[in-house]
Design a protein around this ligand. Structure first.
Ligand SMILES: Nc1nc2c(c(=O)[nH]1)N[C@H]1C(S)=C(S)[C@@H](COP(=O)(O)OP(=O)(O)OC[C@H]3O[C@@H](n4cnc5c(=O)[nH]c(N)nc54)[C@H](O)[C@@H]3O)O[C@H]1N2
Ligand SMILES: Nc1nc2c(c(=O)[nH]1)N[C@H]1C(S)=C(S)[C@@H](COP(=O)(O)OP(=O)(O)OC[C@H]3O[C@@H](n4cnc5c(=O)[nH]c(N)nc54)[C@H](O)[C@@H]3O)O[C@H]1N2
Ligand code: SF4
Ligand SMILES: [Mo]
Length: 716
């Protein structure tokens, strides 16, 4: 690919190298140009590092505006105490001493009265830096004996499913995509959610590759592909199994590779019998012949790669869908090629080496401590789990907006006997429910070390500007909280850089020669993985027997089918009119009406300018309208809905006001609400999660945001 021209720093500035902190596979290398002024250093320009092989000098539309975010007048810059009712968002500033004293006192009282497990940390990937994501905070909560949090809201369904087959979340190098001959973009809106893969896809396309998007929605990514296949949401496992049916049937399976590198392939071949391509076309709602054609395309070359992403795993059967797709390159033998195979995440290459166990002081955890699933926050706050949650400390997340079954979550957060602390950069929907808000720094104001889940480079983030107001990094806040609570073990006093040295203190070969010193000098460093890496050439190095587990003993031990199978969605019938029964008790949504199948499938994938809820407050004006619903003309006509009408989307969990966009971007039967809007900046104080359920995925205990049935009507 053509090299990128460097951009010199503007005159009178100095350049500081950093990393994008957001929950995005690309983990861009950022350069910030800083001017020293009489009032201190000020960041004047931000951009992508031209020398970085994946960032290639460009940031996305969101982080290009990171200076607007950092210097926004909306920032929370001082500790605050609630003065209004919960949910109102009225606060008064207090000193740090007062804030820390109050939090320490309330947590101590809670622990004395209700036990340490009544304290719940709630955090996700608002920042993905190892320090600010999970280090001092984990040490603090582990030492207290607080409840543990099962961080399932995004990726565990796919991640655990992938690991069942391949042992570690390591996939085809994104830089290798440029040499592929067939690329399937499966359940990924690449241009929105993984834009730095796109140039590699375009390069392959330029060289003659066929690129196919598999997505119920005709995204802008799909529009730029050679073909768009639009299955019903939640039917991907059937499609993958149907494709493998054709590969086995037509002699396109690489039996030598299957024999040499995998276990259990014969069982999968037998499973495929039940899914002839014609049946699969019906299940998925595809034109006859689609499954067969896709299979032949996939089997036509070993330089075939599938980029699967997380959209397709947010369904009841999402784990099995990922397992099935992961088997495709095994059956065709594409795992033997540098530019073949599959990519879900690259994170395993980092996490299998780094000493995150030390960073988080995992040794402090009593294995008997209860675990709360973050995807069922409503239940945790309402259903009197034993012991009840009496204090919640939220950071790096905005659960009032992003957690499913919003009504229950809100009811929980409104509880008068719940003590809520939120560490935030902005006055979000969640801070509105806080008793105490603690101001957090942004990426330009703190140090951090970044892994990635969409490439193989480790990146150092050097602070570029002074902290604004009284904001502090998460690490510092938990250091101070530990001191206020009287925790005086040296683990709670280490500096950020000492923790980085500790986490890098690994003898794993991927980290050979990588030190903090080197990272500071070079800004980002490729892991010591082979240049033309083919991780699954001979099987999987991450499974004890060295094989790819097409049949998985891990799955069997969990009571699952050892080979992947298709299970229909729970709330939305597939093309054969089938749904899955409610999952085991304790995981189901008991308020679902008898025979209650809503007529429309509802999905709420990321809007182009938002990152989950981050940037919504800064960039909403760049989105086409107020919060909207894409609805196909066929479904709109049947309901007398015209473009621009206000519509009410509803099901048994709640209802939501949106603006209708009548468009064939959505397939008939599926409506789409690009997300995730701040509730308080929406039309009726709610967002898509007023409709989603707390049901969990078949594998990985994940959230099922897109397994959601609704009806839509004109709002009156
Ligand atoms: N701009 C932007 N980028 C982001 C994010 C963001 O919010 N905004 N979020 C970040 C995060 S946290 C994550 S996890 C990733 C998420 O990014 P992706 O993994 O790409 O996930 P989604 O956008 O949820 O879904 C991708 C596509 O899957 C489609 N889809 C939904 N259901 C199905 C299905 O059943 N089958 C198939 N085949 N497709 C389906 C959706 O229509 C969507 O276009 O992106 C990251 N990047
Ligand atoms: N309906 C629907 N719901 C969804 C999704 C969907 O597609 N549809 N996607 C789901 C997915 S994939 C995910 S990953 C989750 C994401 O959900 P969250 O992890 O809650 O992500 P955000 O909404 O971006 O909120 C992150 C918050 O962290 C704050 N933050 C950032 N950096 C720091 C820091 O250094 N310190 C502190 N203290 N705070 C910081 C930001 O200001 C922001 O408010 O949402 C899920 N919810
Ligand atoms: S959000 Fe993703 S694409 Fe945008 S700058 Fe960050 S890492 Fe790069
Ligand atoms: Mo996510």
């Amino acid at each position: 690919m053509r090299p990128v021209r460097p951009v010199p720093p503007p005159p009178g500035t100095r350049r500081v190298w950093g990393a994008c902190p957001h929950d995005c596979p690309d983990t861009c290398a950022i350069v910030t140009d800083v001017k020293d002024t009489p009032n201190g250093p000020v960041a004047v320009r931000i951009g992508g590092d031209p020398a970085h092989p994946v960032t290639r000098g460009a940031l996305c539309v969101k982080v290009n505006k990171y200076l607007d975010r950092t210097y926004s007048d909306e920032r929370v810059l001082h500790p605050m105490r609630r003065v209004g009712k919960k949910g109102e968002g009225r606060f008064e500033p207090i000193t740090w001493d007062e804030a820390l004293g109050t939090v320490a006192k309330r947590l101590k009282e809670t622990i004395e009265t209700h036990g340490a497990q009544s304290v719940l940390p709630y955090s996700y990937a608002g920042t993905m830096g190892l320090l600010q994501y999970g280090s001092m905070d984990r040490r603090f909560f582990h030492r207290l004996g607080a409840s543990r949090l099962d961080r399932t809201i995004c990726a565990t369904a796919g991640g655990d499913a992938w690991k069942m087959v391949l042992g570690a979340t390591v996939g085809t190098d994104p830089e290798a995509f440029q040499d592929a001959e067939v690329i399937l973009l499966w359940g990924t809106n690449t241009i929105t959610s993984n834009v730095h893969l796109w140039p590699f896809v375009k390069e392959a396309q330029k060289k003659g590759a066929t690129v196919v998007a598999i997505d119920p929605r005709r995204t802008h990514t799909a529009e730029h592909c050679d073909e768009h296949v639009a299955p019903h949401p939640g039917t991907d496992a059937a499609l993958a199994i149907g494709m493998m049916h054709v590969l086995f049937r037509d002699g396109l399976a690489d039996l030598a590779y299957l024999e040499r590198a995998t276990v259990g392939w014969e069982t999968l071949r037998d499973r495929c019998q039940a899914y002839p391509p014609e049946r699969v076309d019906t299940i998925c709602g595809l034109p006859t012949g689609t499954t067969e054609r896709l299979a032949r395309l996939w089997g036509s070359t070993k330089r075939a790669v599938v980029r699967l992403n997380y959209g397709l795993q947010r369904h009841h059967g999402g784990g099995n869908a990922v397992r099935a797709i992961t088997c495709l390159p095994a059956v065709s033998g594409a795992y033997q090629e540098h530019s073949g195979g599959a990519l879900l995440s690259t994170s395993g290459a980092f996490h299998n080496g780094l000493r995150e166990d030390l960073l988080e002081r995992e040794a402090l955890v009593d294995p008997k401590t209860r675990i709360v699933n973050m995807s069922r926050l409503g239940e945790a706050l309402l259903d009197l789990v034993d012991p009840p949650v009496k204090a919640i400390v939220v950071y790096n997340s905005n659960p009032a907006a992003v957690a499913p079954d919003q009504e229950r979550v809100t009811e929980g957060l409104l509880r008068e006997d719940l003590f809520t602390v939120v560490l935030e950069q902005f006055p979000t929907d969640t801070t509105d429910y806080a008793d105490i808000v603690l101001p957090a720094t942004t990426q330009l104001e703190h140090a951090d070390l970044h892994t990635a889940y969409g490439h193989y480079y480790l990146t150092w983030n050097e602070p570029a500007i002074p902290r604004r107001g009284e904001a502090k990094p998460n690490t510092e806040i938990f250091r101070l909280l530990a001191a206020s609570m009287g925790l005086d073990d040296p683990a709670h006093k280490m500096s950020d850089e000492e923790m980085v040295e500790e986490v890098l203190g690994t003898d794993h070969p991927f980290f050979r020669g990588i030190t903090l010193q080197r990272l500071k000098e070079e800004h980002w460093v490729r892991l010591a993985v082979p240049e033309k890496w083919v991780p699954y050439k001979d099987g999987s190095p991450w499974n004890p027997d060295g094989k790819i587990h097409i049949a998985s003993e891990k799955a069997r031990a969990l009571g699952l089918d050892p080979v992947p199978d298709y299970t229909p969605p729970v709330e939305i019938p597939d093309g054969e009119g089938r749904t899955s029964p409610e999952p085991r008790s304790g995981m189901s949504d008991t308020r679902r009406p008898e025979n209650g199948h809503w007529p429309l499938r509802f999905i709420s994938p990321p809007a182009h300018h938002f990152l989950n809820t981050t940037f919504m407050n800064v960039l909403a004006r760049h989105e086409p309208t107020e919060p909207w619903l894409e609805i196909h003309p066929y479904d709109a006509d049947a309901r007398d809905i015209t473009d621009g009408d206000r519509v009410r989307v509803h099901n048994h969990r709640g209802n939501l006001l949106l603006v209708a966009r009548v468009t064939d971007i959505a397939r008939p039967g599926t409506v789409v609400a690009p997300s995730v809007w701040w509730r308080k900046k929406s039309l009726d104080g709610k967002n898509a999660n007023i409709l989603t359920s707390e049901r969990l995925t078949d594998i990985g205990r994940g959230a099922t945001f897109y397994d959601c049935g609704v009806e839509v009507e004109l709002a009156r």
